[in-house]
Design a protein around this ligand. Structure first.
Ligand SMILES: CC(C)(COP(=O)(O)OP(=O)(O)OC[C@H]1O[C@@H](n2cnc3c(N)ncnc32)[C@H](O)[C@@H]1OP(=O)(O)O)[C@@H](O)C(=O)NCCC(=O)NCCS
Length: 444
């Protein structure tokens, strides 16, 4: 990548950086991901996300490592189909191995998160990871005469305690383990832990890392977006065809459970491809599959979280002289005047309404649609929305000042008028240097 390409790429990713800041993402990693040669890169990317103020929780699994420990100890594992999946029956010897393996993997992950050598991508990242007793478990018990022993299920997640960790920038690292109030240790499915944690935290995203690059269609092509309903159909089909343990099915089920529990976006991303996680989070095309209700786009009043998005959207236009310069502080102060269009957590359109009650007039300003989303009537909708608001607030007309967009406003029913017709307070701000045209519209 040459320097210019690099700069363009970095600029292109900045709306996503703003959109992800202070959001909570739960990452679910199978034992296969930890064993993959790409795992170190995944850790670097986790470090990068943490540096960008993403609130991260890591939930890991250990199935292949536990299988290997069973084999090394000469113990034959036994499984039983229960509910939706094939589950390990964890007897006394088994839980001893599970505790060792999970403890070992947790230490391995914490050690990797601690690397910070000069020259490494983690240099100076200073990540704090923590583990804890945030998941309360209960035994599966005896089902159809089969005693699952120390295999359990999630009973509750202590979201308050987890949030406390996230608030101080700590990455909680959870394994496939839970504790009962009687002090026993239970072996859990990490997918269940991840979905329960994401649901309890009301996380913004649950991201599963899998061998597959995402969900594939019959032709083997990646499906970049699925609704929870489509995912459900896919899971049903896969479950009917499944023989034995199906890791992807477990992950998809967890993503589905989490999306039903209110996690707005769930993702399936490759753990074998270097950078797949970043590509999914910071590019429009993504790299895996996102599960969300389609085209979640809404016009709504702006709030403080939108300031960065509005700055991002308007800055290039202000620099080009198309819009009047507005500092971040000014936008922050005037945020309640703004209306935004949000798509997938990104601000892709904005406009502001400034009232002049004495003259019963309101100015519509700063109408912007993100260049990639223009030409689909979004600006028209924004202007209609603000006109409606102005009418509701009792204003008789709206007006605009523009240097380059007078024809567009004319198409929205605005007619050219004199600078003198502006409200007195606004007239005094009109700049002969800028020489904006004034257009107005009577609200009916
Ligand atoms: C003007 C702007 C807000 C339109 O956004 P949009 O969401 O694409 O708007 P719409 O889809 O409702 O309208 C698109 C139509 O307006 C036309 N249009 C866009 N800019 C125009 C301009 N400056 N003058 C005349 N027509 C223009 C488009 O060509 C398109 O016409 P078509 O449908 O015949 O192809 C957008 O181009 C933008 O952000 N511009 C920079 C900021 C700006 O100038 N804002 C206004 C000053 S406050």
């Amino acid at each position: 990548m040459d320097t210019l390409q690099y700069v363009k790429w970095l600029r292109g990713s900045s709306p996503y950086i703003n959109a992800h800041r202070d959001r909570t993402f739960v990452l679910m990693l199978g034992g296969e991901a930890i064993a993959d040669p790409n795992f170190e890169n995944i850790i670097h990317d986790i470090g990068l996300l943490a540096s960008l103020d993403v609130r991260l929780v890591v939930v890991f699994g250990a199935r292949p490592q536990i299988d290997a420990a069973y084999a090394a100890a000469g113990i034959e594992p036994s499984y039983q189909n229960q509910g939706r999946h094939l589950l390990r029956i964890t007897d006394d010897d088994g839980i001893r191995l599970v505790r060792q393996v999970v403890g070992d993997l947790r230490i391995q992950i914490e050690a990797l998160l601690s690397t910070g050598l000069a020259g490494s991508p983690m240099h100076a990242s200073r990540i704090t990871a923590a583990s804890g007793n945030w998941v309360t478990a209960k035994p599966l018990g005896v089902i159809d005469g089969v005693d699952f022993c120390h295999t359990g299920e999630v009973r509750r997640v202590d979201a308050i305690a987890l949030r406390r960790q996230l608030d101080v920038g700590v990455i909680p690292v959870l394994g496939p383990i839970g504790y009962s109030p009687s002090g026993e240790v239970f072996n859990l499915a990490y997918e269940e832990v991840a979905a329960a944690v994401a649901g309890a935290l009301r996380a913004d995203k649950l991201i599963a890392l899998d061998e597959e690059p995402g969900v594939l269609d019959e032709r083997g092509d990646r499906i970049s977006e699925l609704s929870p309903r489509e995912l459900e159909t896919m899971i049903d089909r896969r479950r009917q065809a499944a023989v034995g343990s199906d890791e992807l099915l477990r992950q998809l089920t967890a993503l589905h459970d989490a999306s039903r529990a209110g996690v707005r976006r769930c993702h399936l991303v490759s753990h074998t491809v270097d950078g797949a996680l970043l590509q999914e989070l910071f590019t429009r095309e993504g790299s895996g599959t996102q599960i969300s209700e389609h085209s979640y786009e809404q016009i709504r009043p702006a709030h403080r979280d939108d300031v960065a998005g509005i700055v991002e959207l308007t800055r290039p236009l202000a620099e080009a002289g198309v819009l009047v310069e507005r500092s971040r502080e000014l936008i922050e102060r005037e945020i309640e005047r703004f209306t935004v269009i949000e798509l997938d957590g990104l601000v892709i359109g904005c406009a502001a309404l400034y009232p002049y009650p004495e003259e019963q007039a309101a100015e519509i300003a700063c109408v912007v649609t993100h260049p990639e989303y223009q030409g689909a009537d979004r600006a028209e909708k924004l202007v209609r929305h603000l006109e409606h608001q102005a009418r509701r607030e009792g204003f008789a007309h709206t007006f605009v000042l523009t240097t380059r967009t007078s024809h567009w406003f004319a198409e929205q029913g605005y007619a050219a008028t004199e600078v003198e017709s502006l409200p007195a307070a606004r007239r005094s701000l009109w700049s002969p240097m800028r020489n904006s045209k004034v257009l107005s519209k009577t609200l009916k």
